[in-house]
Design a protein around this ligand. Structure first.
Ligand SMILES: [Zn+2]
Ligand SMILES: [Zn+2]
Length: 70
């Protein structure tokens, strides 16, 4: 697999969009694994602090509702 940006061998794929990225182009970004309601009904998030990120896509900070799927 080759880097999406420069065609060097890729080191991994973006956690958000799946593009392959090499060491030069990889960045990291917090990735929200799951959100749950804690005690006192406060929403809490389990976050991976440095998930691999391609630097190109624009992950939304919160899940988007997609009612048209149902
Ligand atoms: Zn690259
Ligand atoms: Zn990406």
């Amino acid at each position: 697999m080759l880097c999406f940006q420069c065609e060097n061998p890729a080191r991994g794929t973006c956690r958000f969009c799946g593009r392959a990225v090499c060491h030069d182009h990889m960045e990291t970004m917090p990735f929200i694994l799951t959100i749950y309601l804690g005690k006192e009904q406060t929403p809490k998030a389990i976050v991976v602090s440095d998930a691999l990120f391609c630097g190109l896509c624009r992950p939304q900070p919160e899940p988007i509702e997609m009612p048209e799927l149902f």
